[in-house]
Design a protein around this ligand. Sequence first.
Ligand SMILES: Cc1cc2nc3c(=O)[nH]c(=O)nc-3n(C[C@H](O)[C@H](O)[C@H](O)COP(=O)(O)O)c2cc1C
Length: 379
Amino acid sequence: MKLTTAGESHGKALVAIIEGLPAHLKVDTEKINGELALRQSGFGRGARQKIERDQVEILTGVRNNETLGSPMTLCIYNKDFENWSNCMSSGDCDESVMTAKSLTKVRPGHADLTGIIKFQQTDARNILERASARETAIRVAAGGVYKGYLSALGIEIGGYVSEICGVKDGGRYTFNELLRAKTTQTGMLDTQAERLAMDKIAELKKQGDTAGGAVEIRVKGLKSGFGNVMTYAEKLDARLAQGLMSIQAVKGVEIGAGFAVASTSGKDIHDEIFYDEKKGFYRESNRAGGIEGGMSNGEELVLRVAMKPIPTLMQGLRTVDYATKEQTKAASERSDVCAIFALEIIAEAVVAQVLADVISERLGGDTMEEVQERYKKLP
Ligand SMILES: Cc1cc2nc3c(=O)[nH]c(=O)nc-3n(C[C@H](O)[C@H](O)[C@H](O)COP(=O)(O)O)c2cc1C
């Protein structure tokens, strides 16, 4: 399968094309819209979320709510384009509006400065419009399609927010308990941690500062043998890390025990293997996070993803104006204080994309029935 996304933050629309889907996959646009609404929610989001009410429109590849096996095109129109059409249109723009909206006080932590130099621009808007995490809306929509594919095979993805700016939710939750995370204000499950995190976000907002955090993503029902030990590029852990690191502001990915492996010894970290007539091979622990040798081993996948604090600060970080070369404060358009709830939803979508990819590579299948049949036969 191949996913291509396109679209600028204040452009007309965001678009995704998915190639390689089998025919007869049910597509539930209401469910996808539910995921899009979740991506827009969470305590600490900025004013843009009040303008947009993301709804997916499917343009190609689906008939009567079922895929045809042809390339599928998904589209989300940007409501804010109405306010930006005279400077973001693909046709003639108004030069004076373009100048008024241009950004030269390049923002630390953003693609602005490096992008201006690399693409030989004078206005960082020509970079930031694509670098923006608005792009993740269409990845979440595509993730909804991939989740449908996985769900037809009995594979489910869940997660929760495990940390916001130093406030940790250190609970050990069952997969079913994770479902409640979508109904809280922060994505945390522990109510005391959530209260502290909300106080922290409110305090940061007052100071014109921002928060980062971490999420845990888990996958239930993935059989063993997905990903490939034989080639480095096909290893499942490598592919998940690539996908998750491609999300804007993500700076760390852990699988299983993650960085904790560095401070432990071998006897305390590896998951010993047992055999039982009824159960077959099994492990009593899952510190590997469901992946050994770049292949799923049949246990739950456990991933953690760390996000840096939002780089646009209302208090303004020190920078240089690219046009005048004078020291100044970075530009600060309306911005999120904390987007960690959204990260959890986006990370689930990206994990769904990677898993659908590795499954379709191994099993092929022109129709969803063929994929299901082949998956069922696996040990
Ligand atoms: C869901 C989400 C929302 C974000 N919202 C903002 C925002 O409002 N303002 C901002 O400056 N950065 C925001 N970011 C982060 C930037 O998009 C990101 O830091 C920037 O594009 C630079 O990329 P890098 O951090 O991966 O190097 C957000 C990221 C995510 C995942």
